[in-house]
Design a protein around this ligand. Structure first.
Ligand code: MN
Length: 456
């Protein structure tokens, strides 16, 4: 498969052609208005804000904002060129067959059309999203860094708070970028980073892959495109970044510097608290001549889906190792795309549902509650899943709870990340499978009847 786009600009054209992008011509405020509109449109269509004004923004700002460019599973399926229920599986397959990026020179990198070392972040239309957010936040910045010893690249998304005209606060959870930053800080050195803004769904998704440290996430994007991602060398840093993105902030995470960052409205729909966190000093801004700024409104489907899709493929593989007849997995939006998992299995032996739950909980520590259903249940339909729990589950034997496991710190009900886990077996018992007891009612011919043809 080869996609017919390799940049956000080209992707916006595809969205527009499919009726999935709407232009906003009215003047819109950076403070909350962009976020409110983006949240309302998310999942239905992407928005392109033509005229932005903001407290800190120059009055003659010409940079538009887009949001919601990967706001639904349908959009992501279109972006990947596969059916909606294949996206997790396809992502996992591409993750297993990465295609490494290539390096192009400045002349072939649109993001190098304008280069300035006179850095002023307030010239960019960076929104304030939620009521109690500490300030303007970059939410769709792809942070690229390199392992100082091996040179291996890392790609991830981090929330970035504007502190002043050339400093950003950054949240580093205990993952790959934090590990690289600690390696440098232990020697008293900064870690060079590129913050790439204005990327298509493929690069956004690839950045969310659950892969080991040292695995270049751009390789997954290459596999999804069907051609290598084109990167270009930095002006003030040795880190390469996407040549076809819109805007790049080059800089470094300063050693032994911490500054208050947060609060910030996060994906579980609560605020992540304020704390002293690392600081990025921006040394250079590269951009297209007419750049488009991209934001992801936190806690919308766009935010939670990117991580959910990247997790589902790996989860399905893990569950299938334990239960080979597992068919599908779904990290549902009600669980913020992280905490609630539904698994569909074609149960052949009693007990398999529980094994599937163990495998899922072992694969990913963010998952809290797992429901297992049979193949006649639509796992993407919350009513159908609820029906299965209502009619195929007896809590005294089909529900189990484990205390004190590793969960997610952003879950406010956890004890600083220590969390209970619950498994719910909502599958029909094996001994009842051959009886009429659990036979779902059906109307013969219903599937093939088209109501519209009967209505005058
Ligand atoms: Mn990584």
């Amino acid at each position: 498969m080869r996609n017919n786009y390799t940049s956000m600009r080209e992707w916006l054209n595809i969205l527009y052609e499919n009726g999935l992008l709407k232009h906003v011509k009215k003047k819109v405020k950076l403070e909350f208005e962009v976020a409110a509109l983006g949240k309302k449109a998310c999942g239905k269509y992407a928005l392109y804000f033509e005229h932005i004004r903001g407290q800190n923004l120059p009055a003659d700002n010409k940079i538009p904002i887009v949001t919601g460019i990967a706001g639904s599973r349908n959009m992501i399926a279109l972006a990947m060129g596969v059916a909606v229920d294949e996206i997790g599986k396809h992502f996992a397959a591409m993750q297993s067959n990465p295609l490494p990026p290539t390096i192009v020179d400045n002349a072939h990198a649109p993001v190098k059309e304008v280069i300035t070392k006179d850095v002023n972040l307030y010239r960019l239309p960076i929104p304030i999203h939620h009521e109690k957010d500490a300030g303007q936040y970059i939410t769709a910045g792809i942070v690229v860094a390199k392992n100082p010893i091996t040179g291996e690249r890392n790609v991830s998304i981090h929330r970035l708070q504007v502190h002043d005209k050339n400093h950003l606060g950054i949240l580093l959870l205990p993952r790959h970028l934090k590990a690289l930053q600690q390696m440098m800080e232990s020697e008293g050195k900064p870690l060079e980073v590129a913050i790439s803004i204005g990327n298509d769904p493929i690069i956004l998704l690839a950045s969310q892959a659950i892969v080991p440290l040292g695995f270049d996430e751009f390789g997954i994007a290459g596999a999804l495109y069907g051609e290598p991602v084109k990167l270009v060398k930095g002006e003030t840093i040795s880190v390469e970044y996407p040549a076809y993105c819109e805007i790049v902030l080059e800089g470094k995470i300063l050693p032994d510097v911490r500054h208050p960052e947060g609060p910030f409205g996060e994906y579980p729909k609560y605020y992540g608290p304020k704390a002293d966190r690392e600081v990025v000093e921006v040394t250079c801004i590269a951009s297209r001549r007419d750049p488009i700024y991209q934001t992801i409104v936190p806690a919308t489907d766009e935010h939670t889906l990117l991580g959910a899709v990247a997790r589902e493929g790996g989860l399905l593989k893990s569950v299938q190792q334990a239960v080979p007849t597992a068919k599908k997995v779904y990290l549902s939006p009600g669980g913020a795309g992280r905490y609630h998992l539904v698994i569909q299995i074609d149960k052949k032996n009693e007990g398999e549902a529980k094994n599937a739950i163990f495998a899922a909980l072992g694969n990913n520590q963010e998952i809290k509650h797992v429901v297992v259903v049979d193949t006649d249940v639509d796992i993407f339909d919350p009513i159908d899943v609820s029906w299965a729990i209502a009619t195929r589950c007896q809590a005294d034997k089909d529900v189990f709870i484990i205390s004190g496991a590793c969960g997610n710190k952003l879950d406010p009900s956890s004890n600083d990340g220590v969390s209970a886990k619950m498994g719910i077996d909502a599958t029909v018992p094996m001994q009842d499978k051959s009886t009429e007891k659990f036979n779902r009612i059906q109307i013969p011919g219903e599937e093939n009847i088209n109501l519209i043809q009967y209505i005058d």
